[in-house]
Design a protein around this ligand. Structure first.
Ligand SMILES: *Cc1c(COP(=O)(O)O)cnc(C)c1O
Length: 348
């Protein structure tokens, strides 16, 4: 989270918006909360220039719940959906969708250990698929699509949990975009969704209203009491992004941060290594290994002592991973690079 946002939330915690109570204590039907929620949506729309024929939803249950709700809402009985398998989170999306739709894995990077993206001309897309699902940034494997794939008239669905708001985006290319909030937006549990309105009407099976996107859209994402705290913090993050100069400015910063770290890794003479094909390297999540994994524990211990947090790689891959989300300033990357150089000299 941006420090500015945390400090503002701390200041406003006991007495939000002159109400004499915290934002968590407001009625979500009250005019203060409704105004805040509408402003958050308007700011997100401005940041991403979301076209009018798209609805914006603030839902709950994390990106993981959407892995199931997407097929429940977008696919009818007997339908199939195409999935691009580019790493850990694609695999999760596939396994959670499988009870609700016939999943066609149209392409997979698994046989390459997810170190590159499956070439677009190898994708076995079905023109009759209910939708095509992909993960533009694989948070754990550190691979990222740097272009939006062309998939014809089939709605493109994207799990943008770890790259949303990191650069400008042409929303009109998508049928549905969703993002768990905890990487680039706010607290975990909240999910932000941008969905083309014609897709809201698809849900072909009986299911509870709470699971239906159309019902959520018709009730401003307030079928039940929303995550008021999460929504508020997301709104503060959107305001912060606008004040930073919007997504063009963030894109420039994020590019500079990633280039700085990749340059240090590639220039370390093999002491540090990132094995991802260059054209698919992620700007947000940079996994790297040490030349001798016996040093991993020392690296983590010393880096933490130096104030560099959360560098341990995911348990599925081991090694290290630096996540350079929007809230991470260039100075933090400079500090990491300096630490890495120093570490390699001391433990050469
Ligand atoms: C973190 C992450 C998820 C999981 O999000 P939850 O909110 O924990 O369900 C899903 N997809 C991607 C790409 C992620 O980075």
């Amino acid at each position: 989270m941006p420090v500015d946002v945390l400090e503002r939330a701390a200041r406003e915690l006991p007495d939000w918006d002159g109400s004499g109570a915290s934002v968590m204590e407001q009625s979500h039907r009250g005019k203060r909360f409704i105004a805040m929620a509408a402003q958050a949506e308007a700011d997100l729309r401005r940041l991403l220039t979301v076209p009018d024929d798209y609805a914006v939803l603030f839902l709950q249950g994390g990106a993981t719940q959407q892995f199931a709700l997407i097929p429940m809402n977008l696919a009818g009985p007997g339908d199939s959906a195409d999935y691009i398998d580019s790493g850990h989170w694609s695999e999760k999306a596939i396994s959670e969708a499988a009870p609700y739709v016939r999943v066609n894995v149209a392409a997979s990077g698994k046989h390459d250990a997810y170190r590159r993206l499956p070439a677009r001309d190898s994708w076995q897309l079905d023109p009759h698929a209910a939708y095509v699902h992909y993960t533009p940034n694989e948070t754990i494997h550190g691979v990222e699509f740097h272009d939006i794939p062309e998939v014809g008239d089939v709605p493109l669905v994207a799990d943008m949990s770890s790259n949303i708001l990191s650069e400008p985006l042409d929303v009109s290319r998508f049928g549905l975009i969703y993002a768990g909030a905890q990487k680039n937006i706010g607290p975990s549990g909240l999910v932000v969704m941008i969905i083309r309105r014609d897709l809201l009407q698809r849900a072909g099976r009986p299911m509870a209203r709470i699971f239906r996107y159309a019902e959520q859209a018709a009730h401003d994402s307030m079928l039940n009491t929303p995550n008021t705290w999460g929504w508020y913090l997301a709104g503060l993050t959107f305001q912060w992004l606008l004040a930073q100069g919007g997504l063009e400015a963030m894109a420039g910063r994020n590019r500079a941060k990633a280039e700085r770290l990749y340059r240090a890794i590639d220039g370390s003479g093999g002491y540090y290594r990132n094995r991802i094909e260059r054209s698919a390297r992620s700007r947000m999540n940079i996994p790297f290994t040490l030349h001798d994994s016996a040093l991993d524990a020392v690296f983590l211990q010393e880096s933490e002592a130096a104030g560099l947090l959360a560098l341990k790689g995911h348990k599925a891959l081991g090694g290290m991973r630096a996540s350079l989300y929007n809230a991470v300033p260039l100075e933090a990357v400079e500090a990491l690079v300096e630490f890495m150089g120093d570490f390699s000299r001391r433990h050469g």
